[in-house]
Write a protein that binds this ligand. Structure first.
Ligand SMILES: [Fe+2]
Length: 230
């Protein structure tokens, strides 16, 4: 599996609180069958400086983690880095926005408000696509307005992402197959934050989908992500 959305980087957001917790999260991912895991710490951008400061902080966190992995020879997935950007303005306008893409891709993981729909969302996402970016919309099941929004976005080249834990509920498992059947790209990621209540549930979600619709398992847990990372 490829995990495109997770918070294993230490001491940078509400994810791993220590480097030891990062290692434990990644070892667990490896055991579940994840071959590549993307670290996507939270960021909100209101000025160009926020990107620079974030990258500096993320760099420190990566150094700390990679040093520890080397020392302990921990068995962890291959790692790449990106960001989870809270979309509350036209982020396509920032010169350095491409620096927040998942490494080796033109993909930007964005999250929307779980409370209120913003009338500019479609326009902001469209602006990103015309600049060559592929927005991945994080945990779509979290937005009460998502069905209408997916219709509104028809024709805009985005990828929908669902959290593994949500798929343990029939309602969201059905939603995933529904998005897939409509011909849109949907992927599953862990959005893991720790080794406790917000740990990775990828393996469980995979089993659940295997029972419902085995023929799309590889697509949503691996192939689509693999195509995005070239
Ligand atoms: Fe997240």
């Amino acid at each position: 599996m490829i995990d495109l959305h997770s918070h294993f980087l230490p001491k940078i957001d509400d994810g791993a609180r220590s480097v030891n917790e990062s290692i434990a999260m990644l070892e667990e991912s490896r055991k579940q069958g994840v071959e590549l895991c993307i670290g996507t710490p939270h960021i909100t951008i209101h000025q160009e400086n926020s990107i620079r400061d974030f990258l500096e902080k993320r760099g420190e966190s990566i150094r700390l983690l990679e040093q520890k992995i080397k020392e302990t020879k921990a068995d962890v997935p291959a790692l790449l880095y990106g960001a989870e950007i809270f979309l509350d303005n036209d982020i396509s306008a920032y010169t350095d926005i491409s620096k927040l893409c998942i490494e080796n891709t033109n993909c930007l993981l964005v999250e929307l408000s779980p409370l209120a729909y913003n009338v500019s969302y479609a326009e902001w996402l469209y602006s990103l696509t015309i600049k060559g970016f592929v927005p991945i919309i994080a945990h779509v099941e979290r937005y009460p307005y998502i069905r209408e929004f997916i219709s509104e976005l028809s024709g805009v080249n985005v990828v929908y992402q669902m959290n593994a834990k949500s798929l343990l509920k029939h309602k969201w498992l059905n939603f995933l197959t529904e998005i897939n059947e409509s011909g849109k790209r949907v992927i599953v990621a862990s959005d893991m934050h720790n080794t406790g209540l917000r740990k990775s549930m990828l393996e469980k979600a995979r089993h659940k989908l295997e029972k419902k619709q085995a023929d799309i398992v590889n697509e949503v847990f691996y192939n689509i992500a693999k195509e995005l990372i070239k």
